[in-house]
Design a protein around this ligand. Structure first.
Ligand SMILES: CC(C)(COP(=O)(O)OP(=O)(O)OC[C@H]1O[C@@H](n2cnc3c(N)ncnc32)[C@H](O)[C@@H]1OP(=O)(O)O)[C@@H](O)C(=O)NCCC(=O)NCCS
Length: 139
């Protein structure tokens, strides 16, 4: 049976394998799965969730609450399990947990070469908003 729960240390290998299979941007050093995971776990907010089938990690959503907005990253379902509702289940789980922590709204970003996924988020109630996304790397 597929279960959605908070990430455990024993999921480490599985989640890294999943992210490598699902995201091409993990080839850049600052997005290395091992690094992203280490930083997230240090934060100890309990907001990294996985979908597991037995001990196999088949989905993930990395969420966070910065005190103003909830954020969603690393939304992934293993290729063989897609379009059966698992991505939406994971997303709803993260939404519920963010709401519990007081987040009034969730933001997320979609890479320009992944526009098709906008439909997935729209089907889950998200809207494209007119914003310019900016960033600065902190050394
Ligand atoms: C995005 C992703 C997590 C969706 O997972 P999923 O389990 O297939 O999602 P669901 O089955 O809950 O889909 C819900 C709806 O969205 C649609 N949908 C899902 N992925 C879609 C996509 N990439 N493009 C268009 N529609 C999509 C489904 O067809 C479904 O429609 P329906 O309700 O009419 O049947 C999965 O496709 C994935 O891992 N993609 C690669 C990683 C990625 O791009 N993540 C997002 C980064 S921003």
């Amino acid at each position: 049976m597929i279960k959605i729960r908070t990430f455990k240390k024993s999921d480490t290998k599985g989640i890294i394998k999943l992210w490598k299979a699902c995201f091409n941007y993990y080839t850049s050093p600052h997005n290395k799965p091992e690094t992203s995971l280490k930083i997230k776990l240090k934060h100890k907010d309990g907001l990294l969730f996985v979908a597991v089938d037995g001990s196999e990690v088949i989905g993930s959503v990395l969420s966070g609450f910065d005190g103003h907005r909830g954020w969603i990253y690393s939304m992934a379902v293993t290729p063989g399990q897609r379009t059966q509702g698992l991505g939406s289940r994971l997303l709803k789980h993260a939404e519920k947990e963010l709401k519990k922590r007081g987040a009034p709204k969730i933001n997320l970003q979609v890479m320009p070469d992944n526009k098709a996924v906008v439909e997935f988020y729209e089907k889950n109630g998200y809207k494209v908003e007119p914003r310019i996304s900016m960033g600065k790397r902190l050394k």
